[in-house]
Design a binder for this molecule. Structure first.
Ligand SMILES: CC(C)(COP(=O)(O)OP(=O)(O)OC[C@H]1O[C@@H](n2cnc3c(N)ncnc32)[C@H](O)[C@@H]1OP(=O)(O)O)[C@@H](O)C(=O)NCCC(=O)NCCS
Length: 171
């Protein structure tokens, strides 16, 4: 079955812990055990006025997430992010999921602008951003100090008025 989007549920705790057991996930936070997995899921499900977080589900397992958080209802903006379990990368799933959620957030979700940033050393994230219709807006030089190295963050935005990407959406 192709992946689908759905809400996270408490039974996803183990899958979330497994996904976070990956050095590439370090900047997404720390989720080291089932309690922390449950807390992460609860936090993502709470305060839906200020956040919308979707699980990417493959055959009943949560293999990733796409979120719009820090929603500013006054300016109709939100912070956009995504991750995918390491074993499922490189198949276009993150791109399709991100495009689907961004299309939704700027349509039925009634936001005007989505923003995201990724480390310049993480080009796959930039490919996903562009596939989800985001445009490069700038760079925050030396934003992060990672293992003693200063790393730039590339910033992107997508507005309701920007073209809808051709990336095929998920259901
Ligand atoms: C970023 C992330 C979601 C991408 O997942 P993914 O499954 O590889 O994404 P997709 O398959 O949809 O697209 C990845 C694209 O990046 C490209 N890519 C991968 N590594 C690349 C590299 N080193 N340089 C350039 N492009 C690269 C792939 O070829 C693919 O492009 P294509 O669809 O045109 O072939 C995944 O790596 C991840 O979860 N990383 C950890 C968390 C993270 O960094 N999240 C983003 C924070 S801003």
């Amino acid at each position: 079955m192709p992946p689908i989007l759905r809400q996270f549920r408490s039974a996803d705790s183990g899958a979330v812990v497994d996904a976070f057991a990956d050095p590439d996930m370090a900047r997404q936070g720390s989720v080291a055990d089932l309690d922390q997995g449950g807390a992460w899921i609860n936090a993502m499900a709470s305060g839906t006025r200020h956040r919308h977080v979707f699980a990417i589900d493959l055959d009943g397992t949560a293999i990733g997430a796409v979120g719009v958080t820090s929603i500013d209802r006054e300016n109709l903006t939100g912070w956009f992010w995504y991750w995918l379990h390491r074993e499922h990368r490189g198949r276009g799933t993150a791109s399709r999921a991100a495009a689907t959620v961004a299309n939704w957030a700027l349509g039925p979700g009634r936001l005007y602008r989505l923003e995201l940033g990724h480390r310049a050393t993480n080009p796959a994230s930039g490919v996903v951003a562009k596939a989800a219709g985001f445009m490069r807006e700038g760079a925050e030089r030396g934003k992060f100090l990672i293992a003693g190295n200063s790393v730039d963050v590339l910033t992107y935005g997508r507005l309701t008025t920007d073209p809808t990407p051709t990336t095929p959406p998920l259901e």
